[in-house]
Design a protein around this ligand. Structure first.
Ligand code: PMP
Length: 396
């Protein structure tokens, strides 16, 4: 009989020449299980998605419940669907300022597309600013914002009028002017290898946007939903964005994204032309039911308040001469090993010992540590022991 591995190789479009190609049969909590009894401790949460762990009972129950009612009734924005309106309300209650109008989409890339379109439409301006080593998605528009030339170069022409600034550089902010529709930035750039901006930079960025009328879009796709120790990472910097984008953990494990702005701004997408931005599946009822259950659990338990302590445990245990630096905000953590070849060896060795890690898109010399936020002390100890052993073995 043809194996799943063979089917994978034969029929699935590849995204790299070295896919992990590990089969997962089921997942629960912080563990992934393979068909032959393999067990992996998940330290990356499917890239910052499974913040509540896998198969969270509350999320599963909400999904099953909604499935019995309906899954899809009409394209987004026309019908009143309880999971959507409740999730939008819950979000508005936790977001500051006028951030109370949610446009649901399916993914982070789509949230980027919608947010930038909204900024252009609202301001009537064309110039868009992003940052070096930024990642905002893979669609053609989001690709124009990616701050890494090697990813952009084969897909030209990109959208004109985009400019990339060095991150965390005060002087560069003078580029933000009255031609600018928006500045898009990750609250904490993740794929760059977790680069924490200074609070002064974020404050100056906010001020410069306000002065010039450019909308400040904060990408919370990877940093949102408690990962950094606050519900949203921008709360660390005491600033309020004009638009935020959400995805990944926002759907509680199902595909869901959103961009959120003030009702007054969001109006701009609904006229001249009407249906200026539309999506068939955005805000799918099942995805929203999962997202709502996850959001309620996260906010009721305030799970994010335990995140910094867990991160501190990782940091206190991960002491090794080959670790050049650990950069983190909560459980979004980069172990900087300086050398990408060594880094890959360590990751492979950990995987062979049942620990699932990864690197970063623009920082292949760093190990990504972003476990489900529910991880407990015992599993943190277990993970760190495997990492330390592998750091030694990879050096031999
Ligand atoms: N923004 C950030 C910060 C991301 O990390 C990602 C995905 N890695 C995206 C946007 C794009 O999200 P998606 O893959 O859901 O399109």
């Amino acid at each position: 009989m043809i194996s799943h591995r063979q089917l994978f190789q034969q029929y699935l479009a590849p995204t790299s020449d070295q896919p992990l190609a590990i089969e997962i049969e089921r997942a629960e909590g912080v563990y992934l299980y393979g068909p032959a009894g393999e067990k992996y401790l998940d330290l990356i949460s499917g890239i910052s998605v499974s913040n509540l762990g896998h198969c969270h009972p509350r999320v599963n129950e909400a999904v099953q419940d909604q499935l019995q009612k309906y899954s899809h009734v009409m394209v987004y924005g026309e019908m009143i669907q309880a999971p959507q309106v409740k999730l939008a309300e819950a979000l508005a209650a936790r977001l500051p300022g006028k951030l109370s109008s949610t446009y649901f989409v399916n993914s982070g890339s789509e949230a980027t597309e919608g947010a930038v379109k909204l900024a252009k439409r609202y301001t009537g301006r064309a110039k868009v600013i992003a940052f070096e080593n930024a990642y905002h998605g893979s669609t053609q528009g989001a690709l124009s914002l990616i701050g890494d030339e090697s990813y952009r170069q084969n897909y030209r022409p990109l959208i004109p009028g985009h400019k990339h600034l060095p991150f965390n550089d005060m002087e560069a902010l003078s580029e933000i002017d009255r031609d600018c529709a928006c500045v898009m930035v990750e609250s904490i750039p993740a794929e760059a290898g977790v680069r924490i901006p200074s609070p002064e930079f974020m404050k100056a960025l906010r001020q410069k946007c306000s002065e010039s009328g450019a909308l400040l879009i904060l990408d919370e796709v990877q940093t949102g939903m408690g990962r950094t120790g606050k519900l949203f990472a921008f709360e660390h910097f005491d600033i309020v964005p004009d638009i935020i984008t959400l995805a990944k953990a926002f759907g509680g494990g199902l595909p869901l994204g959103a961009f959120v702005a003030s009702p007054e701004r969001m109006q701009a997408l609904s006229h001249n032309p009407v249906l200026g931005h539309i999506t068939t599946f955005g805000g799918n009822a099942i995805a929203c039911a999962a997202g709502l259950a996850a959001f309620e659990y996260l906010t009721e338990t305030r799970l994010y308040e335990s995140v910094e302590e867990k991160a501190e445990q990782f940091k206190s245990l991960l002491v090794h001469e080959r670790i050049r630096e650990i950069r983190n905000k909560g459980l979004l953590m980069a172990l900087d090993l300086e050398d990408p070849v060594y880094c890959k060896r360590v990751i492979d060795l950990c995987l062979a010992k049942g620990l699932f890690l990864d690197w970063f898109l623009f920082a292949a010399h760093c190990i990504r540590i972003a476990p489900p936020l529910i991880i407990e002390s015992e599993d943190i100890q277990k993970a760190c022991k495997i990492i330390l052993e592998s750091l030694d073995e990879a050096a031999d």
